[in-house]
Design a protein around this ligand. Structure first.
Ligand SMILES: C[S@@+](CC[C@H](N)C(=O)[O-])C[C@H]1O[C@@H](n2cnc3c(N)ncnc32)[C@H](O)[C@@H]1O
Length: 282
């Protein structure tokens, strides 16, 4: 393997160039400079191993193998025909989970990504992994893309959705899906970073009873994003300043969720796995 260079963080907003942009370009160059590229091509595990290797020196905001294993367990159980991901970045989770979906007989993996440059890098790595015909990266903001997927009839219901993008949008995007009736009994959500950097409004919602959600819904939809208890850095990442959700809705408070935290041993972060198990009529 070729030698790796070193560097620092944060996640910039549109129009800004971040350390992350430089790092992702270095990753791409480093991966494609590998002398044994032909042995890597078509092997998702080898592409992931390269990204993991690069991440040892240059921090990448990928889900990683430890937390990823908990999502793989859910994929093996749900065996979705279509899996959706919010937040592709350079394609690490799309390669890890897309490969698992394909091995479980799935038909497609849709990865939604706002940043077109990261989407382009992801496409190159997904292609290298041999998953280009299975994984489609959809460039744009997640709420607009989810709405479009619903309106065009391309996706009628959520089977399994991995949520790993703008932290305040976890809840608004889930409510958008609820609003359209895309979340039904059997739907499963797996949300990353719920402990670090943390997402109290999302966790509170998916752990609430129908009665608690109905009570909260009486106030009407939240204006903008609920960022209570979130780190400033997470709120100020990715999306333009002053951004508001595409659709303000209370969602469907009648959906019954069972939600549990899956935390790898010794890890500061965790995945929240939420299953829709029923609809409670008034
Ligand atoms: C933590 S990274 C995703 C990491 C990726 N899931 C992985 O594990 O390899 C978050 C990604 O979400 C994207 N993102 C943030 N807000 C978004 C939005 N509203 N719609 C679509 N993508 C968004 C960012 O550009 C960034 O690439």
């Amino acid at each position: 393997m070729s030698a790796r260079p070193a560097s620092p963080p944060p996640h910039a907003r549109p129009g800004q160039t971040s350390d992350e942009d430089h790092r992702t370009r270095r990753l791409l160059r480093w991966v494609f400079a590998q002398e044994n590229l032909d042995e890597i091509r078509g092997h998702p595990d080898k592409v992931l191993a390269l990204i993991d290797e690069f991440s040892k020196d240059e921090r990448m905001m990928t889900v990683g193998q430890e937390k990823g294993k908990h999502v793989l367990d859910v994929i093996n159980e749900v065996k979705p025909e279509t899996m959706i991901e919010l937040g592709c970045f350079v394609g690490y989770s799309a390669i890890l989970f897309g490969d698992a979906c394909r091995r479980n007989g799935g038909k497609r993996y849709l990865s939604l990504e706002y940043n077109p440059e990261w989407a382009a890098i992801a496409n190159m790595l997904i292609e290298l992994a041999g998953l280009r015909s299975f994984v489609t990266v959809l460039v744009g903001r997640s709420d607009v893309t989810l709405d479009k997927l619903y309106r065009t009839g391309d996706v009628k219901k959520i089977e399994l959705m991995f949520i790993d993008h703008y932290k305040p949008a976890y809840l608004t995007d889930v409510k958008l899906c609820e609003h359209h009736g895309m979340i039904v009994p059997g739907s499963v959500l797996a949300a990353d970073n719920v402990l670090h950097p943390g997402n109290p409004p999302y966790l509170e919602y998916v752990r609430s009873t129908v009665e608690q959600k109905r009570e909260a819904a009486k106030q009407g939809p939240t204006r903008g994003y609920n960022t209570e208890g979130m780190r400033e850095r997470a709120v100020n990442s990715f999306m333009p300043e002053g951004d508001v959700p595409f659709l303000e809705t209370v969602g469907n408070p009648n959906l019954v969720y069972q939600s549990e935290l899956r935390q790898p041993e010794g890890h500061r972060d965790a995945i929240e796995v939420t299953r829709c198990v029923g609809v409670q009529e008034a």
